[in-house]
Design a binder for this molecule. Sequence first.
Ligand code: ASP
Length: 601
Amino acid sequence: METMKRTVTCGELRADRAGQTVVLNGWIHRKRDHGGITFINLRDRYGVTQVVVDTKTPAAAHTVAPDLDAVVAELRSEYCIAVEGVVRLRPEEMANPSMPTGAIEALASKIVILNKSEPLPFQIDETINAGEDLRLTYRYLDMRSERMQRRIKLRSDVTFAAREFMINQGFYEIETPTFIKPTPEGARDYLVPSRLYAGKFYALPQSPQLYKQMLMAGGFDKYFQIARCYRDEDSRGDRQPEFTQIDIEMSFVSRDDILSITEWLMGHVFMKTLGIALPERFKRLTWEEAQEKYGSDKPDLRFGMELRDFAPYVEAAGFQAFKDALAEGGGVKALVVRGGADYSRKRIEELEAHAKIYKAKGMAWMKVASGATGGAALEGGVAKFFTANAGDVIKGLDVAPGDLILIVADAKRKIANTALGAVRVKLGKDLRLADPRAFEFVWVVDFPLFEFNEEANHWEAAHHLFSQPQEQYHDILESDPGAVLGDLYDLVLNGYELASGSIRVHKPELQKRIFSIAGIPPEEAERKFGFLTNAFKYGAPPHGGIASGLDRLVMLMAGETSIKEVIAFPKNSFAASPMDDCPCEIEQKQLDELHVVVRTP
Ligand code: ASP
């Protein structure tokens, strides 16, 4: 092997190297036989180089190994080989400008097989048609594809750029433990049984939240970590049992300091890795505005189509269902689909079915047609109830002939917003309203601190228990939790929640009040979080932070829709890894040591 060790990679040869003798190592991407001359596309992670094996045509000063023909006859796809050869310019008509190495080829003098390959379960670069489990079983082959190589490189670049930025801003990268006391972030914990302490468990962190707060108490006022988090949730498209965050915490800061550092971080990462300049400041919406305009706390701002308040047109019209919704304190919201007047009844029913998934009881509609005397008129659906004030509706919603108006009313305003917001997102996808290459960041701020959990019948923290209520609500925390806004913020990119964070509580009394409103009795609060409230007793500084999902960030930068495409070894949709068959059974001896008794269902 020694002499056949690569002297160049498969991506670096250009015309200026013509005449040099080189050794390439790589995989056989394609092999074609052209009447006694063999062309091999040799691939490694740097690129592809064309290798030519021609033992028939004598070339000046080119001696070939005696076994060359025999070795070449043996070669198959994905054999790992070493090639020694002379770089030569391709004849003009054979040059391939779309290939970085397309001006040259290597005329082989010797080939050594480093390792053979069995027939492949799928063609490299054609994994798009292979099912998820097949791709994951042979992830090492899937990874050889150009797409996966590009994404994993992007991930490495993004991670490096993030580290570089944070360190340059004076942050320390500090690792926090992965065997911890449970840190609640709203999911189930993964647990690790302790051998030394029978019946006790470590939890894997849902996030480093409490430890990063301890670091603030410890005086490290600017912390970050590329942190692995573990949440046992039901798997969905872009969820994984484990994922990575760019976790940040700072002391003596206000909300705007955290937003700014995050904007700079994103700006640096996008410029460094994609050469894209982001706006210096991202748009901001309050949570309330996001709900009212987009029916979502993670709006996709790559397209407009804002929800409109339809309440002003309800009183003068004769449609009782809308009046009832308003009388019960709810909302009536409208969505205008430009040019949607030609939608069939079936299409509108499909949209209604979508609204119903989000608990809407129904969805009303009207079309805008040309009026008899010119101008616009309402027709179809519920239009007959709006004859008296059709002009107001048309003017107020600024609709024109050819438009479609969709309306959802509900006694719960949130349902009207959310259901119509979901229809907005569906139409955005169906009509391809969003530019797939655009990156639209928006901050959503001023979230409610608490949410009422109907099932459990008590208030819960909307983000997590450690977020600070805004100053002006401190007096009404107990009396009106639903009205309290928190110092909370989410960063949204193209309709995905990319980061979330908050200014934290740092005083023991306030933290105890929050535990109690969230229905955690004092003894339980002491047992679970006593270490945190204790730390707050010793001059813990005011602090706040944020965590950005690294997987999601890279996924969006790569133009993908699943984080699995940017994770080297993700789990499948059932939280398992078909490659190494994990999770797996454990031998009885090991279970005994861990004091674990397995109950089979
Ligand atoms: N720990 C939080 C989370 O994982 C983020 C934060 O508040 O910094 O969502």
